[in-house]
Design a protein around this ligand. Structure first.
Ligand SMILES: [Zn+2]
Length: 279
């Protein structure tokens, strides 16, 4: 697990498996004047609040999160957010069992419609790697957030944008004051566009266009899986992915840097979903 500070108020924790990213954001008391950093380094600001977005997946990584927050002088999280309802984004409650989880309303609907799905997927992942967890995953009462919408963190504000297409649900989070855009399972330099649980290429493309409009306000883009991107690289991947979607089903090469065995598997699954075989 690696932790990377993108801004005094934003830390990304990159997990050791699946390339998963967890974003920790602190909303401090708004700085007066312009250009001032909101918080002096090494101090926990009064009135600050912390949210944890998505999660790492390994038990040791989850166990390390509270210490990491304390070392970074972030208060214990008052809320958890998940970009969508796939199990690998929902595990933060294993680290912070009393914090409430908030998701887009479409994610809450998905979780309600299929209770226990995340737990079953987690169990199958754990069985594959012989992982034994000290306690089961309980999501608690998940709070639905309207999309688009806003969400206060301390005296700051997160912008929440709809991002369905990979699945039937999804939320991108713009941390405007820090110039960080958290996109969920889009714009991954590791994965190809993929669809499950009600996702589809048309909605996926519409989400990419929506993200395009947000990129100009972001210095850093954090995909659900893979390294953090600058705005230019994110835009490159966005164009590659739109091109991939437009030509999905035609015989074509996968985007450069994404032609390995894992991406071939995703591509084959996409073609199978369209009722075609890779020729
Ligand atoms: Zn994911």
């Amino acid at each position: 697990m690696r932790a990377l500070a993108l801004h005094p108020d934003v830390v990304v924790v990159a997990g050791a498996v699946l390339g998963v990213n967890c974003v920790i954001v602190r909303g401090a008391v708004e700085a007066q004047g312009t250009g001032a950093e909101p918080v002096a380094a090494g101090m926990e600001p009064a009135g600050a609040e912390t949210f944890v977005i998505d999660s790492p997946v390994l038990p040791d990584e989850l166990d390390a999160l509270p210490t990491l927050l304390a070392q970074a002088h972030f208060p214990a999280p008052s809320g958890l957010l998940a970009t969508h309802g796939d199990w690998d984004h929902l595990l933060a409650r294993l680290a912070f069992p009393t914090a409430a989880l908030g998701c887009g309303e479409d994610t809450v609907e998905r979780l309600r419609a299929r209770p226990g799905e995340a737990q079953r997927a987690l169990r199958s992942f754990d069985e594959g790697l012989l992982i034994d967890r000290p306690r089961p995953l309980s999501l608690g009462s998940v709070q639905g957030l309207p999309l688009p919408g806003r969400c206060d963190v301390g005296e700051r504000e997160l912008e929440l944008h709809p991002a369905a297409g990979h699945t039937s649900d999804g939320m991108a989070i713009l941390i405007g004051w820090a110039g960080v855009l958290v996109v969920g399972d889009y714009l991954s330099p590791l994965e190809l566009p993929s669809f499950s649980d009600g996702g589809d290429p048309t909605a996926y493309g519409a989400t990419l266009e929506r993200l395009r409009g947000l990129l100009s306000r972001a210095d850093h883009v954090v995909p659900g899986h893979g390294p953090v991107l600058d705005c230019a690289r994110a835009l490159e991947i966005l164009e590659e992915d739109l091109h991939y979607l437009a030509e999905l089903g035609e015989a074509r090469k996968l985007p450069a840097g994404r032609r390995g065995a894992a991406q071939q598997r995703i591509h084959a699954a996409n073609l199978a979903a369209l009722g075609q075989e890779d020729l």
